[in-house]
Write a protein that binds this ligand. Structure first.
Ligand code: HEM
Length: 410
């Protein structure tokens, strides 16, 4: 008899074990993770089923002290089209305490195994939650249940034990360029990328010139002997031109956030507290970032923590523009329009206003440092091409993954 069982989804590709990889083991029935993996590896010797081969290899590699359960080929009842799980009888399985017993292992599709086995409500929900989370990242769950066999050969109730994660894999580990297991998804429009790099260039120019206005650390000073030249005048002129250009870029971005047909340009992509699910996912991202969770929820665009960071930086940016504009208005006090624009400076004073303008500059710098670090970190860990996506517009996602903010990736 052969194990014709197929793991659900892309894992089901007989004859090519190199296309599958094993991920975490999730245990809900009280067994240790390695025991769950051992049950998943129960197969007839020499089985040519890729899932059998993979489970046995994973057990041998990760837990060499745990013996692979030996199974008589006659004791394997493969999965069928109308029953998406296999049944394998393991005789004389070593259990805790040194004794042995016969059991039957059920292995297969999430819904099928859950439907045919017993588990508390909490365990079912734990299993579903973990399986769903894995699905977002392209993992499939190979679910395991086990039943004891009595002396007279009667098979008892199946109890849900957990699952092993499986997914498509080919080539080098984390080979993000392999089109077999990854696919490119276009996310960022050309207009957004142009705005991003215009922002970067203008913020650099505004920071350099602004810093010089604050502290003219080179060139002539009023204390210099002779003519002081017009350097500060040129620097301020560049600052104002760049400032107004930045206002223009900001205005086009705000318009596109409310009018663009592109979902990744619209304001909801930047606002993380739209629903309970968003808030839950925000917590999951934070746990992932502080190393309390292996994987965070998968987003094609920004995850909720990025959304929060970006909406804050938009607020800082708009504030900086308004403060700059208000300071600029001081030079135009003959016009009623500019008199109104300068009102905040009249309220808090020129000195404090310039201080606020400078503090906001440092806030922008702090954001830029964190932003670059997190972008490079995410790209290195996820291998999704996030950094280059701001140039070419696309990210790489695993086939079969189900991001929170887009349809399933084919
Ligand atoms: C990234 C954005 C910006 C940064 C980092 C920045 C930075 C600075 C800094 C550090 C100063 C010197 C403050 C001081 O007197 O100690 C300054 C001055 C000034 N900025 Fe900006 N600024 C930015 C955007 C703008 C914008 C959008 C405008 C308005 C269009 C603007 C208008 C001004 C004006 C009018 C002054 C005062 C110049 C003077 O009194 O000589 N700034 N800026």
């Amino acid at each position: 008899m052969t194990t014709a069982e197929q793991a659900p989804g892309p894992a089901a590709d007989p004859g090519d074990a190199s296309r599958l990889e094993v991920g975490d083991v999730v245990s809900v029935g009280g067994l240790s993770h390695r025991r769950v993996l051992a049950l998943a590896a129960a197969a007839a010797p020499g089985s040519d089923d890729p899932v059998d081969q993979l489970m046995i290899a994973a057990l041998r590699e990760d837990h060499p002290t745990i013996p692979v359960p030996t199974v008589d080929p006659a004791d394997v009842d493969p999965a069928r089209a109308d029953r998406r799980y296999s049944l394998v009888r393991v005789r004389q399985l070593q259990v805790t305490g040194g004794s042995t017993r016969d059991i039957v292992v059920m292995r297969g599709d999430l819904d099928a195994v859950m439907g045919a086995s017993r588990a508390s409500r909490e365990n079912r929900s734990l299993l579903r939650k973990n399986a769903r989370h894995g699905l977002e990242h392209g993992w499939r769950a190979l679910v395991i249940a086990a039943a004891p066999v009595a002396e007279d050969g009667t098979v008892g109730d199946f109890v849900l034990q957990g699952f092993v994660k499986l997914r498509h894999f080919s080539g080098e580990e984390h080979d993000a360029t392999s089109e077999d297991s990854y696919t490119r998804v276009d996310v960022w429009s050309a207009s957004l990328r142009a705005q991003h790099w215009l922002n970067v260039s203008l913020i650099v120019v505004l920071s350099l010139t602004g810093y010089y206005i604050m502290d003219p650390f080179f060139g002539p000073t009023p204390g210099s002997a002779g003519r002081t030249g017009y350097l500060m005048g040129y620097v301020r002129f560049i600052h104002f031109v760049a400032g107004f250009a930045w206002l223009l870029v900001g205005a086009t971005r705000i318009v596109s956030a409310f009018t663009s047909p592109d979902r990744y340009l619209r304001w909801p992509t930047l606002w993380p507290l739209k629903s309970k699910k968003d808030v839950r996912n925000l917590g999951r991202v934070v746990k992932h970032y502080v190393f309390l969770r292996d994987e965070g929820p998968l987003y094609v665009a920004h995850n909720p923590l990025q959304q929060l960071a970006y909406s804050s930086i938009y607020v800082v940016g708009v504030l900086q523009m308004l403060v700059g504009l208000s300071l600029y208005a001081l030079y135009k006090q003959s016009s009623p329009f500019w008199q109104v624009v300068a009102t905040p400076v009249q309220w808090i004073g020129i000195g404090p206003m310039r201080l606020v303008h400078t503090m906001l500059m440092f806030a922008l710098w702090s954001f830029a440092i964190g932003h670059i670090y997190l972008a490079v970190r995410a790209d290195s860990l996820d291998r999704h091409g996030g950094v280059s996506s701001m140039i070419n517009g696309g990210v790489w996602l695993r086939r079969g993954s189900k991001p929170v903010d887009s349809p399933k990736v084919g």
